[in-house]
Design a protein around this ligand. Sequence first.
Ligand code: UD2
Ligand code: MN
Length: 430
Amino acid sequence: MKEMFKINQFNLMASEMIALNRSLPDVRLEGCKNKLYPDNLPRTSVVIVFHNEAWSTLLRTVRSVIDRSPHTLLEEIVLVDDASERDFLKRPLEQYVKRLEVPVRVVRMEQRSGLIRARLKGASISTGQVITFLDAHCECTTGWLEPLLARIKLDKKTVVCPIIDVISDDTFEYMAGSDMTYGGFNWKLNFRWYPVPQREMDRRKGDRTLPVRTPTMAGGLFSIDRDYFQEIGTYDAGMDIWGGENLEISFRIWQCGGTLEIVTCSHVGHVFRKATPYTFPGGTGQIINKNNRRLAEVWMDEFKNFFYIISPGVTKVDYGDITSRASLRQKLQCKPFSWYLENVYPDSQIPRHYYSLGEIRNVETNQCLDNMARKENEKVGIFNCHGMGGVLCKHKQNNQSVSSEFATYQERCKQTCQHFSTMEMTEPIA
Ligand code: UD2
Ligand code: MN
């Protein structure tokens, strides 16, 4: 089991022992179970991109879509292989999907392109009025699709996400996600779940079965009208491999006149992993920083500086050409980021007004206030100024962080990291 875990960073042995068409609990709120939806909902293509995905999780995703969606609403399933290096994902996959009751097409990227460009390819060859994106290790539950499509039918500028339930990476147990959390992000532009604020509960008059307006989406699971996807500029094809595209499309939807929702009556499970199983050609940090930088440069106006001061390393990466994305923003006459913070995400951690950003330094001792790698609400300390924003060292093996106190033996935390080959730079846990 432990050996197999390394292949996909989840318990592959457990996954392989579970039927591809296993039953799942109905985790919906009672009030969702008898809602009625119009008959003439738009049809969707389901686009699933994958790189070296396991057979069982990929096909369980496909099966769950087929088994739990009304076939009248399902145009096709499009599987986009992002240059996987597994033989079973070649001809055996093509043979297998031919036998399924719904048209399933397999297309391949010529070279490893990352999930963003793979999704663009899938979207471009698909034909349904709606495009639904899923990760390759999901399971759809009863009634997942209708409430998503119903929102789009009402207003094609509404982009909708299901509640993402948790499929344990350890046991593959299915656990209901909460309808009381929504999407946000922290200072470092990492997507995070936060409690749905009171204002959003009030707007819905306390009815939890109504969709939640969310500042951001997690990224992997959402439905969008095909024409609207085009209109608002699909994805930033200049983003590589993984990361950043979820906030980019979230900011863009809100700033350019759309709405982003979590439809609480729709539940889809996803295997959340603690580590990534695949390579990031060029380096994980490089790629994520590049994508985040494109996002910040195009959409965040003066607030990008806040991000850069917090994560100084980001400004060192080359982020390529963003003129076409900037002119898209111009063309669509999108609102400023300050509008988004004010109106969509007032509970954001990014301060809308501030005097100054930077370190608090004792000029005599050259020491700075430092969170000492402690968590929120714990005491701050004093430590040598390192000018690197919030960084700390983390064991590569067991993920345990080493506080800056330990690092006082070194001149800087960075040197500590370099000193131990088993450690790498990371960011503090939000
Ligand atoms: C989350 C999203 C994911 C994406 C990512 C940020 C959910 C549940 N998942 O991370 O969809 O938005 O944040 O970018 O919201 N893949 C490729 N080529 C690659 C890398 C990945 O095809 O080079 C596929 C991969 O096989 C998977 C999908 O892209 O099907 C998402 O990747 P992930 O599962 O590693 O991302 P996750 O869930 O950690
Ligand atoms: Mn995933």
